[in-house]
Structures are given as structure tokens and as C-alpha cells.
Design a binder for this molecule. Sequence first.
Ligand code: PBG
Length: 344
Amino acid sequence: MSIERDDSDRSGTPGPLKRPRRLRTTAAMRDLVAQTTLRVDDLVAPLFVREGIDSPQPITSLPGVVQHTRDSLRAEVAELAGLGVKGVILFGVPATKDAIGSGAFDPDGIVQIALADLRSEVGDEVVVMADLCVDEYTDHGHCGVLDADGRVDNDATLEIYARAAVAQARAGADVVAPSGMMDGQVAAIRRALDADGFNRVAILAYSAKYASGLYGPFRDAVDVEIADGGDRRDYQQDWRNVDEAMVEVAADIEQGADMVMVKPALSYLDIITRVRSRFDVPVAAYHVSGEYSMIKAAAANGWIDHDAVAIEQLTAIKRAGASIVLTYLTRWFAESGSQHLEAR
Ligand code: PBG
């Protein structure tokens, strides 16, 4: 009888005592020790609904994602519910835009109508969220109203956000998600919701939102072009900074945010981790349009394996500390992605 020895024992040369590879020897062992497993109920599907179209419109820079009609949106959300998805977030593409983005608070605005459709379609089975911003609805493409100098007027914008929040809550939103990065937006929205009796409607604050180059395909999806070649660096965060993300998150929680978000996700895993360790509310991260499109484009060229990279990246976002991931890959994961969960 002899116990199994490794080569180093046989040669008499002592090998390393610590052998981390022991825990990677079989798929069963790897599954047993895995610390992070993505689940379908961690995911939220961003969905677009466009006014005045009668068939879904593909979005070239977001392969596989469409601008929905009211009907195709209902069908999509019913199918997502059937697949076990617990959350969707809605973005509207209005037929007409104006200086103040009135489609964002018009009771007959496309998102309000679509929210009511979904409420009746899926009831409480799915958490129905509404992105709360005006950039899709303004003719200049900014996330707020402009002052005489053409800059985004913070406090005038808060009034618009408050009206939009109430309109979305009336239409049936469970969660409103302010994404415009105005100072004081969570407090303004919370006050307006409570004043109208919507104290059960939750706020998912886009708290740490960076002025990223990765939102390009999204702007195609919602037909937004910022006037005069402008950008959002006056209100979204500078990606060279960490500390101001903590200031933003603390302010939003103080003002009543129920959940906070870091956006984009993969270039900001350090921010996700810090927010997770410092604050005690659920942390969401948005795997944004450009992050999705990069996977699709490289995979279409045969340069990377779509499924392998998608699961690796989404898992990394959860590993960093996000408990909710907003991703255009939600349907893929719910349908087939979970087959790739184990790193076999
Ligand atoms: C603003 C908003 C944006 C996204 C979500 N909400 C665009 C922006 O800030 O320019 C981007 C999402 C994505 O890229 O997938 N309403």
C-alpha cells in the first residue's frame, strides 16, 4: 500500500506545499468553490419603446436590440417574465421633442402609456422601472432645461423631474430611476412622489454616472444628438475621479434613494467595490450600450467567443459588488446564457 505521491516527492525534490490548483481539478470542484454565480433574477432588461411606429425597428449599433412598438413591448416583457426575469427598465422615444422635454411628464407621453400597458400585462410579476430623464424628449438632447447661456439649469430641471416622476408613478411604475445627474434630484423626486401619495414607489438613483464614451449606441437607440457637438461633462462625472462618486452616492442615499447605481460597469469595477463596501443599500451597475456592442462586434468578427466573454463580464460586475445588473444581455442569459455559468 502506498499513498499517491507527486513527481516532486518521487524525485526527492520538495514541491510547493501550497497548491491552489487542487481546487481547480474538476468541474465539480470548481463549482463547489465558486464564490460568484450570476442568476437571472440579478438582471434588469433595458427596453426601448417608440411612438408612432407599427413594427419594431432594429438599432444598427445595438445588434439584437430594437425600438419596440407598444404591442411588441408588451409581448417582450411577457416573455421575459416567463423566463424568470424580475426587472425591466423603460426608455421612451417620442415622435416630437421640445425645449423642456414635455413628453417626459405628459400623461399621454409614450413611456407613460407603455408603463400602463406593462402594469396590466405583467402585474406584480416583474418590477417595472422607468428611466427618469429628459434627454430623449428635448430638442437639444441635454438631460435638463437650458438657461439663457445654454447651460443646463439644475434647479429648473428639478421641477421637470418631479413632474415626470409623478407621471411615471401614476402610469404604474414601481421604480423611477433618475439618470440626469442634477444635484438634489432624488430629494425633489421623493418629495413629489410622497406629496402625491406614491410613497411606495422606489427610487433607483443613477448616483455615480460617468461622462463616458460608451453611451454612443444608446443615443442611436433613442435618437438623441446633443446640440452643437455638446457633451455632458458639465453634469456627468469625470472618469479620472473616485471620491466624488462617494459624495454622489452619500447624497443620494441621504435624499432617499432606495438603491444606487454605478454606470458604466466594467471600466468602473473599482467604484462598484467601494460603493458596496461603504454603503448599505443595494448596488446596481449598468452594463451600457457600448459595453454590449463591443462584445457583439468582436464576436461578429470571430475575434472573441460571445458567450464566454458575456458571462465572464457579467459575472465580474457581480463579483465586484453589484447585486443588480442592468444589461442588454438579459434575454440571452435567461434563454441560454446560464448554460455557460460554470467555467468548464
Ligand atoms: C440618460 C441615459 C443615458 C443612458 C441611460 N440613461 C445616456 C446618456 O447619459 O447620455 C445610457 C445607457 C447606455 O448606454 O446603455 N437618459
